[in-house]
Design a binder for this molecule. Structure first.
Ligand code: PMT
Length: 417
């Protein structure tokens, strides 16, 4: 069972409406679903519910003021706008909708909404007459035209005694709508095989040759593919990570174990994604006993390992093969060489010598190359990069299949004739 909100960074905006108390329940539910929640309140909202309530529920300090000298020394409004995977404003008052529709940035929340690239979801709540007012409706239409999502409002009895549209959508329904947003279905029905982590090539019973891969990138890719609806098998080298939900994991240690685990599962796969840092060489001879340190120097003879990715890309009938390229320079040249030499559909290249990205880091940055195109996925936490990569893979996969189907059509027609 996929928990689509697990580890999602949700920024909850709370504005000055009587329904602000329901936002506290929403924070609790989001946390229970595994989301990392930060709350930004408008100054007026603090008159309805105190920031301490949200701080206790979210586990993080609540931000209210735009011109907060301490926080702004580090450009906190930009940092939090970049941090969010999604921004939800619940309740969103008529005043807030108006300010947002007209691009005002006169408090922290409206500034963050302008400064974020994350999707924006508004759950309006107000008196039914204010909701029906032409100005509010025009503001909602403006926002909808810019791709802003709206949940509700619901109809019913209002705290002012009126009856009609303007009630905040209940927190469980907001939660369900957010979950749906994160399950794309772009790979529904597809079978995806992912490799992740390092391999360990034994030298003797106590030593091995390996690398710094933590497995984070590959696990994030497996998780994103499962969220996109795929059946995912993850063949993993040694890591300290938990298996992502709804992913079948096969543990291996050496490159040859990884190669045979992949080989055994290639038949049913539609897409192969090689994220693992597979050792290119292994000791040609593994000593049966611990090598003693008698000699001043020791020379190890190494031999090539199987190229798992290249082997997967040669499968018949062809699958959609995605490789990674870990480079320390000349990114495009080396990545495109791998694309061609290994017969790949896509290669995701990272500059692993750049501090803060690549091996054993929280973040990554990729440039994804294919035969006649490329796209940069700018620096972000690996789970976000993985989701962007999987969305791109799903898109390219669909295009490749559509092209193959239309190329086959005349032949199929001929065969039927
Ligand atoms: O695990 P993390 O700490 O999160 O780090 C992520 C990462 C840096 C390991 C990841 O982003 C990455 O770059 N993975 C590929 C590492 C690598 O081995 O790159 P390469 O350029 O040497 O290999 C090219 C491709 O061939 C890769 O898809 C690799 O999986 C594959 N390969 C390589 C050798 C081999 N014997 N078999 C293979 O399948």
């Amino acid at each position: 069972m996929i928990n689509a909100l697990a580890e999602r960074r949700v920024l909850l905006g709370v504005t000055a409406g009587i329904a602000a108390y329901k936002a506290a329940d929403l924070v609790r539910r989001l946390r229970e679903a595994g989301a990392d929640v930060r709350v930004v309140m408008t100054p007026g909202a603090t008159g309805f519910v105190g920031p301490l309530t949200f701080q206790a529920l979210s586990g993080h300090p609540v931000r209210v003021e735009l011109l907060d000298a301490d926080a702004e020394a580090g450009m906190a409004h930009i940092d939090i706008a970049r941090w969010a995977d999604i921004v939800v404003v619940a309740p969103a008052t008529a005043d807030f909708l108006a300010r947002l529709a007209h691009g005002q940035a006169d408090d922290l929340l409206s500034t963050v909404c302008l400064a974020t690239a994350a999707p924006l979801v508004l759950a309006p709540a107000m008196n039914q007459q204010m909701w029906r007012a032409a100005a509010t409706q025009a503001n909602c239409a403006l926002l909808a035209g810019r791709g802003v999502d709206r949940l509700g409002p619901d109809e019913g009895r209002q705290s002012c005694g009126d009856n009609g549209p303007g009630r905040l959508v209940e927190p469980p329904a907001i939660l369900a709508a957010l979950e749906r947003r994160f399950v794309s279905g772009a790979l529904a029905g597809r079978s995806v095989l992912v490799t992740a982590g390092p391999t360990r090539e034994p030298i003797d019973p106590v030593r091995y040759v390996s690398n710094h891969s933590s497995g984070r990138m590959g696990y994030a890719v497996a998780r994103a593919a499962a969220e996109a609806g795929a059946r995912v098998t993850l063949v993993s080298g040694p890591t300290a990570l938990d298996t992502p939900a709804a992913v079948t994991r096969i543990d291996v240690a050496t490159a040859e174990e990884m190669a045979s685990a992949v080989r055994a599962r290639l038949a049913g796969a539609d897409i192969f994604i090689g994220t693992a840092a597979v050792a290119d060489y292994r000791p040609a001879h593994v000593a049966a006993h611990k090598i003693k340190k008698d000699a001043a120097t020791l020379t190890l003879a190494l031999e090539r390992t199987t190229d798992i990715l290249a082997e997967a890309a040669r499968r018949e009938p062809p699958l959609f093969a995605v490789g990674f390229a870990a480079e320390t320079g000349d990114l495009e040249r080396y990545a495109r060489a791998k694309l061609i030499d290994k017969h790949l559909d896509l290669v995701a290249a990272n500059l692993v010598g750049t501090p803060g990205i690549g091996f054993n880091t929280e973040d990554n940055e990729l440039v994804v190359f294919w035969a006649d195109g490329q796209r940069r996925l700018t620096r972000a936490p690996k789970d976000r990069i993985a989701r962007e990569l999987v969305a791109l893979i799903a898109d390219r996969y669909a295009q490749t299949r559509a092209a193959a189907t239309s190329a086959d059509a005349p032949a199929a027609q001929e065969a039927r004739a």
